[in-house]
Design a protein around this ligand. Structure first.
Ligand SMILES: Cc1cc2nc3c(=O)[nH]c(=O)nc-3n(C[C@H](O)[C@H](O)[C@H](O)COP(=O)(O)OP(=O)(O)OC[C@H]3O[C@@H](n4cnc5c(N)ncnc54)[C@H](O)[C@@H]3O)c2cc1C
Length: 434
């Protein structure tokens, strides 16, 4: 009998597994993919890391907590070595983060208390945006720039690699190519049917406690034990596009223009389809590959496994190109359509919660009783990466019955432990769905 099994080894499962191992627990992490992470929400080398938020903002908290926890993980991995092998820079690229708001959002913006945080944020509208940031914005827009150490971008796959090293170094175990095909609750334990996709053999494993961190597959894993989750979390497809400025045109850019592009990324628009762009890679010759997407450009998925093989839709790539060119125009870099080169694109998946807020929560069992031996970490949508170790901490604590006394910790635990889940589950009445 295992003590704790974690289902899913993306950013969330790896974060919880590390945190539990760090607490001295021996866990077993089951991941359906091979060691080479190829197809989950955490795929890729860049995510925006940022912490803009109002006072006691839970999303800022999980980001800040993640930075802290990454530091502790690296400290553990480096041990006593005089020249540390693992560095914060392997995970984080610090750079200004730009947010574009509509002036109508004034009330929202006021909550950020810029005056009290002048060290970290600068704000401008109208001509001041050009003077301060070299950006031309519309009269109805406001630009905010964040300057914080480790705000900028983070590398999810590099972090997963280090988390895995930490998990194993602490004596916990990871099994790749192990897919949980059935999860059942028995009297005082859980029973998992696990398919080894390499040998095609199935085994039954028992465990006292379970963490579900299966990303877009959460509802599939919970189908027998908590089918009501179908109503709370939905898998979605999003497109990540990769674009370049054509070499010939890139070479014509001045140093000042290149600096403006670098300072202008990552960028996250807070209106419309919520365009975002970031520098994914800088080539040896200095040219850049940009990752582009629309935070709200989500589509439903019929077949989760096959969605990866679908050709990216031309319409979505066209949208990405158009928005990228428009954004560069705001940075006073004027390009023709032919100057934008398509590097590639892939369909990606993630889970969106009904409340749009991630879950770190227990489930309700069939009798509507809170099951404290199971924690679900899901519904991370396009905001999970930057806070992964914050969610990991909350999930590990929830499973072990631990907690911190600070008010922001308790606020985050409440927000992600989401009373609505409980409310909804009562309303949905799990039994009715069985
Ligand atoms: C295009 C895109 C852009 C994003 N941009 C940002 C951003 O800028 N900033 C930010 O903070 N966040 C961003 N995110 C969100 C962030 O990447 C995700 O929230 C995060 O990666 C989710 O991690 P996860 O562990 O929940 O999911 P996953 O990484 O999908 O992990 C789930 C794992 O469970 C495994 N699994 C599933 N079912 C089973 C099973 N039955 N048995 C065993 N294993 C199983 C899967 O193989 C997978 O590895 C973005 C996401 C996408 C897709």
């Amino acid at each position: 009998m295992e003590d704790i099994i974690i289902i899913g080894g993306g950013l969330m499962g790896s974060s919880v597994a590390w945190k539990l191992s760090d607490y001295g627990q021996k866990v077993l992490l089951l991941e359906q993919q091979g060691k080479n992470y190829k197809s989950g929400s955490s795929l890729g080398n860049t995510r925006i890391a940022r912490s803009l938020g109002p006072k006691k903002d839970v999303f800022s908290y999980v980001h800040n907590q993640t930075v802290k926890e990454v530091g502790q993980l690296l400290h553990f991995l480096n041990g006593e070595k005089s020249s540390p092998k693992h560095k914060m820079e392997d995970i984080y690229t610090t750079s200004p983060v730009s947010y574009l708001f509509q002036k109508d959002d004034r009330e929202e913006i006021a909550k950020f208390r810029f005056k009290k945080q002048r060290k970290f944020y600068r704000i401008a509208s109208g001509d001041a945006a050009f003077r301060k940031f070299g950006m031309t914005i519309r009269d109805d827009q406001v630009l905010v720039r964040e300057y914080k150490k480790y705000s900028g971008t983070m590398n999810p796959l590099a972090l997963i690699d280090k988390l895995r090293l930490g998990i194993e170094k602490k004596g916990s175990q990871i099994k790749y190519k192990h897919k949980v095909v059935r999860l059942l609750k028995k009297e005082n334990f859980y029973e998992l049917e696990v398919l080894n996709t390499k040998t095609n053999k199935t085994e039954t494993i028992q465990t006292k406690k379970v963490i579900i961190a299966a990303g877009a597959y959460t509802t599939a894993v919970l189908k027998d034990i908590a089918p009501y989750f179908r109503k709370l979390v939905t898998p979605k497809r999003v497109l990540a596009s990769f674009l370049k400025i054509r070499d010939q045109r890139f070479k014509q850019l001045s140093e000042g223009e290149i600096k403006n592009i670098i300072n202008g990324h990552p960028m996250f628009s807070q209106s419309g389809k919520m365009y975002f762009s970031m520098i994914d890679k800088i080539e040896k010759d200095g040219s850049m590959v940009f990752k582009i997407g629309g935070h709200l450009m989500r589509r439903n998925i019929i077949d989760l496994d096959r969605v990866w093989t679908f050709e990216p839709r031309k319409k979505e790539i066209k949208w990405a190109k158009k928005q990228f060119r428009k954004y560069l125009e705001m940075l006073e870099i004027h390009l023709e359509k032919k100057d934008i080169e398509y590097v590639g694109a892939y369909n990606c998946v993630y889970a969106v919660s009904k409340t749009k807020i991630p879950f770190v929560t227990n489930i309700m069992d069939q009798d509507g009783v809170l099951d404290k031996d199971m924690v679900v970490v899901s519904g991370m949508s396009g905001v999970g990466a930057k806070g992964c170790l914050g969610y990991g901490l909350l999930a590990a604590d929830l499973l072990l019955g631990r907690g911190e006394s600070s008010s922001i910790y308790r606020k985050a635990a409440r927000a992600f432990g989401n009373p609505e889940v409980r409310l909804n589950t009562k309303r949905i009445r799990p039994k009715r769905l069985f």
